[in-house]
Design a protein around this ligand. Sequence first.
Ligand code: A2P
Length: 257
Amino acid sequence: MATMYTETVTTVRHWTDRLFSFTATRNPGFRFISGQFTMIGLPINGRPLLRAYSVCSAHHEDHLEFFSIKVPNGPLTQHLQKIQVGDELLVGAKPTGTLIQQNLKPGKTLYLLSTGTGLAPFVSIAKDPETYDLYDHIVLAHGCREIAELGYGEEVVNTLYNDEFFGELAREKLLYYPTVTREPFRHNGRLTALFEAGRLEADLGLPALNKETDRVMLCGSPAMLSDLQTMLEARGFTEGSHHERGEYVIEKAFVEK
Ligand code: A2P
């Protein structure tokens, strides 16, 4: 069995000077569960240079999609940010990760809490019809510094809301909550502060976050994860894993370089 597939880049979109997304062909043998990540990269000086990336596309889609930061001197992203349609993309054949439904107990509301490129795994989960079978509401919260950084997430959500087949269900169950910390916007502040004030749930017309009915997935920077994990543990939420289901699961938004 292949350990790595060589795919072809099919689209590239630059959202800001720090963020871009791209799609690539998908080998039919590449299987993954919504929310998982895999190693991807480029051949640099004749050797594969790979980093962990969450897959944004849904498992039923015939292409792969990724959302990345650009770091000027980042070992991989200094090259990856220059990719063009037709370029080769290396994709590791063994996806893995903790942000999967089988690590969570059943619940009513699924909170997908992200900052920056931590949005990526939740795009896949929000596109997966199975998520809508399992929950009454799916909250997709995305915290960024600036409004422009919300662009990719806004487009994903608009596409889902306007989808011919899926739109009605998405409009009923998917609650999008973008928030910005460094300029005025309809929602302002860090996710941590918004939960402490009970603001996020109130804005969405939901009861205060509680472990009986709510399940949480976290993906973002180490500081964001640590603060939200502390908040969840203080409210009695336990971390789930493939050994034992819990009320929340957590994963670092990987590529910082
Ligand atoms: P802030 O602007 O107050 O730092 P970054 O681009 O640095 O990864 O940040 C993405 C978003 O995450 C920003 O809105 C940032 O807010 C926010 N953020 C940073 N640290 C935390 C934290 N500990 N908890 C929640 N949000 C955070």
